[in-house]
Design a protein. Sequence first.
Lengths: 189, 189
Amino acid sequence: METKLTVRDQILDHAITLMMLRGYNGFSYRDLSELVGVKTSSIHYYFPSKDDLVLEAVRQYSDEVMAGLRSVDATLSAEAKLAAYTKMFGKTLGDGDQICLCGMLAADIESLPDSVREAVQAFFRANEAWLAKVLAAGAAEGTLVVNGSAESAARTLFAALQGSVLASRLFHTKSRLKDVEATWRKRAA
Amino acid sequence: METKLTVRDQILDHAITLMMLRGYNGFSYRDLSELVGVKTSSIHYYFPSKDDLVLEAVRQYSDEVMAGLRSVDATLSAEAKLAAYTKMFGKTLGDGDQICLCGMLAADIESLPDSVREAVQAFFRANEAWLAKVLAAGAAEGTLVVNGSAESAARTLFAALQGSVLASRLFHTKSRLKDVEATWRKRAA
DNA sequence: GTCTATAAACGGATAGAC
DNA sequence: GTCTATCCGTTTATAGAC
């Protein structure tokens, strides 16, 4: 029994998926208008400017991802947590043609206002912090390979995951995310 | 004593830097027109469609990067070669607002024709193959950490470098590339 | 080769009726 | 809230003069 989404929520959801597909400069109010079934002027009613829309999209996307992180079973091993995280990242690929919204907006960042840059930075930092904890635990467990500080390794790991979804889509394969996970596991796959 | 560039070459050079800044959907023939000092119709004379222009841009950019790889001293240690490669990658940042053209086009790939996708794929494969050789040599030398196959590690390393330039620009810092290099060096920084 | 002129569609955004 | 109507600049692209 699914609750009906408000028009505002439909706009936001479609904006997120369109940006994950084609980026900030690759979709228009007209695209949204056709997908949601309202006129472009109605979209301006909810989101006066495109920048307003993007900022709200990043906030909603971040909230969803953060909720996903909190839902990871805290009793799992570090190795299993990393596997769960990689799997979550793979899900963003959708039908194989989407990448992480914040990775995409990082590519488009020079076309965007500072407010969006700050929101995307916050997303990066939160994910890196979460991964740093997992890597530190994995090093203590002896299941994950951490060369250097956990923080530095976590930044590298997150960058590798962002780069991997990009490559996965480019090559039409999901295997590239597995390469990343294997690189941090002690017993290499 | 610099040789004067042809109009065609000027267009191509500016197209490359503009795309490294704002992506495929973030620049126009008008932008190029103003930078080069010719009318947009003259640009269409050299590159009938925008897709033609992008394909030529990727080819020129790839040729330049491949020449850069060949210019790396073959007698260097694997560790030093990785450092040289990371430095090259850092140079693409320019004034801190540009990323690798092929990383950017990988983000924009769903707006582009297959011909461009294939050219970007070839760029990825060539870089990954070069890095795989360096990692294999580094593992033999005992200076680089390679967990799993050199090929899998090379794909991860390349993805991490692409993700790192993205993050470097996002955060206005060049330090994130150093994180990546440190992660693969045996004596962590 | 480069220009002027123009086409035809698309872009984000607003005013005002209902 | 949603619509119609409209503004006005932008975008890719073409025709044809020079």
